[in-house]
Ligand binder design. Structure first.
Ligand code: FES
Ligand code: FES
Length: 178
């Protein structure tokens, strides 16, 4: 696999990089606003202040930086910002406060499964991974939820509660959509 700096770049000074983020189009100039090697996570978090996503491992191993690109879950630490040109990005800040997946995570306290979050560090990544999963598969089985969220790590060990919350979100709504 090529290193981040070896990946193909897009955009020139004469052709800006345009990324729609949480419904709003942003224009960036290569060399001024970002560099060819700037990751999407760095652009979103450090330059634009979308601090919901977390950069924990910075190498694609934990899922804390998950965002949606055109409705699919992607690891923003493994995407170059220039690769998002022409695409639509959604971070957890772009979800409504009453989003059914967020609500299911907050409400989860079922005996035998526990809560879906303790410290909350992993939660935005899990929520966005769950949104991506439910976009592709609105009614996943428990096994499909386990598989779909297998790229995300929770150091507090809330896996049972998280899987239960995603199942409840899929049951109470049409695939987590209102
Ligand atoms: S920070 Fe991106 S996968 Fe861990
Ligand atoms: S709730 Fe603490 S890391 Fe998941």
């Amino acid at each position: 696999m090529p290193g981040k700096s070896e990946k193909r770049t897009r955009g020139t000074k004469s052709s800006p990089i345009i990324i729609k983020i949480n419904g709003k189009a942003h224009e960036f100039e290569l060399g001024r606003d970002l560099e060819p090697e700037t990751t999407l996570s760095f652009l979103l978090r450090e330059k634009l202040g979308y601090t919901g996503l977390k950069v924990a491992c910075d190498e694609g191993a934990c899922g804390a930086c998950t965002v949606l690109m055109d409705g699919k879950a992607v690891l923003s630490c493994m995407k170059l910002a220039v690769e998002a040109h022409g695409h639509e990005i959604q971070t957890i800040e772009g979800l409504p406060k009453d989003d059914p997946v967020i609500k299911a995570f907050a409400d989860q306290c079922e005996p035998g499964y526990g809560t879906a979050l303790q410290c909350g560090f992993c939660t935005p990544g899990f929520v966005m991974a769950a949104k991506g999963l439910l976009n592709e598969n609105p009614k996943p089985s428990p096994a499909e939820i386990k598989e779909g969220l297998s790229g995300n790590i929770c150091r507090c060990g809330c896996y049972s509660g998280i899987a239960r919350a995603v199942l409840h979100a899929s049951e109470t709504t049409e695939g987590g959509k209102k």
